[in-house]
Structures are given as C-alpha cells and as structure tokens.
Ligand binder design. Structure first.
Ligand SMILES: *Cc1c(COP(=O)(O)O)cnc(C)c1O
Length: 401
C-alpha cells in the first residue's frame, strides 16, 4: 500500500468511539461492508438486526423511523421519498387487479389521480365517498374493497370527518383502513388510539404522513412515512417498498431528525396563529365562509372537538376562505398577488406563510352542499408574528376592493 490513492482510500485511522453531541451522526451508503462471506450470506435485510445495502436502511434512517413510531404511536415505519410515494407504496402493496379502493371525495388530490391513472390501468377500480357521511362509506364497501383511505381534516376544504365511525365501519367489513395523517402529524390526535384511552382498541391500520410538512418544518425536504402496528401488514408494504427501490437520502433524513425535536412547539404555535387569523377572517365581509375545523360552525367541527379537543394544540396551521361570489376571479387573483408576507406556493408546515387559490369545481364530483358559493383560497400559516400577517391580509383585501 504505497500509492497515495490506495493509502487515502484504505486509511488506517478511525476516530475514537463514544462521540456524544445533540445531533446524531449522518451515515451515507449505497454499499455496506460485510466482515466475511458467511455474514454476507446470512445477514437479514428485512429486520433491523443489521445492515445490508443503503436502500434497506442505515443507522440514520433507522433512527428517524423509530422516532416517527414514537410520534404516531406505531411499531413499524418505512421512509419513502415523498408523501405521495407513501400513498402509492401502500396502494401498490395492498391492491391487485379486480380490487377496489375507496377514497374520500375531499382527499389530497394526487391520491385520486393515482387511482384514476396507474391503478385504473392495472384493473384496480376506485370510488370516491362522501367523507362527511359515514353511511355513504358503508354503502360503498363491497366484496372487492381492499383499502379505504381516510383523511382528517380533508385537503383544502378541511372538513373534519367522524374518523372513529369511519374506522368502525372498516373494522366491521374487515377492510384495511389507511389514514393520510399529514394534517394531524401525530400531534392533533393519536391515529392508533382513537378512543384516547391508551387501549388501542380503535385504531387505523396504516398512518402515512408527508414528512415534507411539519416533521421537516423547513419547506426544504420531500419525504414520507408509512407507520403500522401489525408486523405482517408492515412486511407486505416493506416488500413492495424494496421491489420499487424507494430509498431516502441521508442528508434529507438528517434534516428531518434535526427538526423533529421542535415539532410540537412549531405545530402548537402555528395552530394558535391560524386560529387567531381564521377568527379575524370570519368577521370580514369579503369572506362568505371560513373553513377551519376548530371554528364552531365549520364542517365537522363537532367531530374535531370529540377527537382533538383533549390535546394541546390540535388543529394544524391551515384554513381556507370562500371569497364572496360578488368578487370575480381577477379580483381574487389581485388579492393573492397583493399579499407580501404570504407567498404563493404549495405545501405547508414551514416558517413562511403560504397562500393558494383553488378551483374547487375541478376538484370535486359536485359542489359540496355545506360550502358557500365563492372562490376558495387556502392559507398555511408559518411562524411570522400574527399581527403582521393580519395587517398583510387587511392591505391585500383593500387591493381586492
Ligand atoms: C402534501 C401532502 C401529501 C404529499 O406530500 P409530498 O411530500 O408533497 O408528496 C400527501 N397528503 C397530504 C394530505 C398532503 O398535504
């Protein structure tokens, strides 16, 4: 070993063990070494007893998986490259030709798009059900139904469903219940303990999250998680995860690990700010309706109260307004463009407040009866001072008038 390149690559020095600091070290790998051929042949990639290949896990990804289990009250976790990849991984693991998946009509849009695209092309059918009418869900479950998606609150319109009743219906029909828990983030309610008594007697089977939102907290990472409590169900999803090659990058994992300790503080602060601003909006004549599950009168408020009230800060940082129909689309666009602190952009959970105008007609099978007519604008509240955000809304409303 005299050549410099060889000596640099096979360097004999290792630093002392036992380094302890607030953040864990980052482990990066595609290749993982084995001590000998026997170890290579016998090492099991399916559990966390060791390491085989970067795609199958590193100390860094194992660490985040275990912390996310703690956050959501689950026992197993898989990391995927985005929240949407988590949804797709679950669907591809559990559905085959001839099966049907049920999705709430107010679900995260790309979940519906996946059903209408690849799933349909592979002979997997879907139906959209009314998230606010458990009887509609019960009636749509058939012998073909293999998976029911749940979302609380619904995307964009933020109706809060009777999640407990929906899960009971899935149990009765022995259908897998998968929750998109991005809004709740494991903080608003306990997806594996919906009765809140610690018994776990009423629980979803799967909870997926876009870690992109609150766990990342920075608007700079895309990642998703799939948390379960049932080893066989986890393994089924994990085998598909492996076959699809859904790995996550070490630096992204590290970023989420760095943000996770403050998630409860951030979620609580953003929740409080969103409630204050939603209340202020409710008093403004330009808005025909304000949608926020913690506001009395908002669709599903009573279900939100029943499930989330006992927790500190249980309502995320989102609310939507329906701008009165007397304002045309050009005026609504002018309102959004006039905002200075609120940036135009998708996603949420980061420090900067965001706004998106939506075309609800194109997103739902019919205009929901519980929504006022008007143009929907969604706000995601960041970490700026509430008074400044309120002043920003007020000046933009002037621009709209
Ligand atoms: C953002 C979001 C997702 C998708 O997350 P990405 O990481 O952007 O793919 C899924 N579900 C919900 C409810 C979301 O808000």
């Amino acid at each position: 070993m005299s050549e410099i390149s060889t000596r640099l690559i096979h360097h004999p020095y290792s630093p002392p063990e036992g380094f302890a600091a607030p953040q864990p070290g980052i482990h990066k790998a595609s290749t993982v070494f084995f001590a000998n051929v026997a170890a290579m042949r016998t090492r099991e990639w399916k559990d966390k007893s060791g390491y085989t290949y970067g795609l199958h896990g590193t100390p860094t990804t194992f660490l985040l998986e275990e912390r996310l289990c703690t956050l959501e009250g689950g026992l197993q976790c898989l990391l995927v490259p985005s929240g949407l990849a988590a949804i797709a991984n679950v669907a591809l693991a559990l559905l085959k030709t001839g099966d049907e998946v049920l999705i709430p009509d107010n679900a995260y849009g790309p979940n519906k798009t996946l059903a209408e695209g690849e799933l349909m092309a592979w002979g997997i059918t879907h139906q959209f059900y009314d998230a606010m009418n458990p009887a509609d869900l019960a009636q749509k479950i058939s012998a073909k139904t293999r998976l029911v998606w749940l979302e609380a609150a619904g995307s964009v319109t933020l109706e809060f469903p009777d999640l407990r009743e929906q899960v009971r219906i899935c149990r009765q029909h022995k259908v897998t219940a998968a929750l998109d828990n991005t809004w709740g983030a494991g903080l608003a309610f306990r997806p594996f303990d919906l009765d809140g008594d610690g018994s776990g007697s009423l629980a979803v089977d799967i909870s997926v999250q876009a870690l992109t939102k609150y766990p990342s907290g920075g608007g700079d990472v895309l990642m998703g998680s799939i948390v379960t409590r049932e080893p066989a169900l986890h393994m089924k999803i994990k085998l598909t995860h492996m076959r699809l090659g859904l790995g996550v990058a070490a630096n992204d994992t590290e970023t989420v690990l760095r943000s996770l300790p403050s998630i409860e503080l951030r979620y609580g602060a953003q929740d409080a700010a969103a409630r204050e601003l939603a209340l202020w909006c409710q008093a403004r004549p330009e808005f025909a309706q304000v949608l926020h599950p913690a506001l009395p009168g908002s669709p599903g408020h009573e279900h939100w109260r029943a499930l989330c009230r006992h927790e500190a800060g249980g309502a995320a940082s989102l609310f939507s307004v329906l701008i009165d129909a007397r304002y045309g689309s050009a005026q609504v666009d002018a309102f959004c463009d006039a905002l200075r602190l609120f940036k135009l952009g998708y996603s949420w959970g980061g420090p900067i407040s965001l706004v998106v105008p939506y075309e609800l007609e194109s997103m739902r099978t019919a205009w929901p009866a519980h929504l006022a007519r008007g143009t929907l604008v969604r706000f995601a509240i960041g970490l700026e001072a509430v008074a400044d955000l309120q002043a920003d809304l007020a000046q933009a409303l002037q621009a709209m008038a």
